[in-house]
Design a binder for this molecule. Sequence first.
Ligand code: SF4
Length: 481
Amino acid sequence: MSKTNKRVLFINPTKKRRTETDRVHLGFCLLGSILSDAGHETRVLDLSFLQHVTDAAIIKDAQWHVQDFRPDVIGISVFSFLHRETVVLLRELETIWNGTVLLGGPHFAVFPEDFREFPNVDYVVRGEAENVILDILQPNTLTSNPTYIDAKPTNPDRIPRADLSVVYGNQHMTVFQIQLSRGCNYQCSFCSVHRVAGRQIRSRRIEECLEEIIAARSEFPAISNIVITDDCPGYDSLRLKQFLRLMAQSCQGVRLYIDNMRADIVDEELLELYVAAGGENICLGAESGHPEVFKKVHKGESLEKIRAAAGLVKKHNLLLGLCFIIGLPGDTPERHYHSVRFARSLEPDYCYWNMVVPWPGTAVYKWYEENGTVEDQRNFTTLVNDRAQFDSPICDSREFPKRELIRAWLIANMETHDLLVNPIALPKIMYLSIKYRILGSFLAYCIRLLRSPSKFMAFINRGIQIRWGKIRSILQGVSNK
Ligand code: SF4
């Protein structure tokens, strides 16, 4: 390696037992590809992904990687819900290492001035870093500390292929993520995607995407799950259908998932192609089942469309997921229970009930500024773990105070979301049911569970999986000593 070539360590922090995932940070793999092509050496340390890996032998902390890899540059991906963990990591790095620190990630789309007070941060990239990463590695780019760089959206023809070889622990990857396009031209009231990826759709060539998937599978045969993570994958349903057709023809034996599906593009042909391409589930963003609340979301589709799409998903024997948000503008406890009834009427296989997060720059944020209270969005996550650990809401209104939001969340989960209630979480759910005076819902849930042998077995299996995962990692830790 020549002197001008750099060693770059990318780190994705994690929240212990909250942000575990089987997906590796896609953005880092794309940057890794650009850096490798230019002769730099890259390592991606995704601590959220490594939480998912049960091989204790490869679990090393950031400090170990700094000593082992000896980077010239460390890039950290900042998600707002991992703000605290990023701060801790920066403080730790300050004491052990003295190279160039670069921050980027979706956090800066909503908090563009953050991290000014950290003397060891050299660069903050706002926007997509692909266009600027090589310039940053040039000597003497720095003008102030930190230097904020506003990166332009990447031209779709210049979005590189993900380089998985740079991922630490890549032998444990079973999932490959890919974006066929970036950006979304809808204007849902709660969504901040336009600040991250823009409203203009940037489409990649689907043949190129398919080649990338095939190449990734041939290099890493353990990959058996392909996830399309576009902001709005169905903006052009003909194009999506063509992609599915090609997937079915040339990429057999995989499970395919598409994030962020809209109901208005779901039709018979799309689902037939999706099943043929390995699709197993569809999760529809319903947001609210109450007509007045739904209308204010400005989703650009209707509840009737969502109902019809849900019916088609079930007709094609796909698992049906639904995604709702509690506490949207105009929501009240009564309207929320209407939403729960709507959800149940669609007979979903699983449901996500997310607490509303008013992101700066969204209509929901403006509404809460005028009609309620908003606390700091940093460090809040809607993710819930197997122990039913969840964050308290960060906003409320006179119509939907915090205590009611939590009650609403608990009831909705017990009514529709069997995954949350497992033997490990059960004592906590019972305690919360007493605290929030919804013991009736808890008992109704238990009765439903006991009456359905398949649900009961799933409940027990989930408990065994959680306990076995823990025991296995302890045993591996002991045998590796
Ligand atoms: S369609 Fe999805 S990505 Fe687009 S604005 Fe709505 S929620 Fe955001």
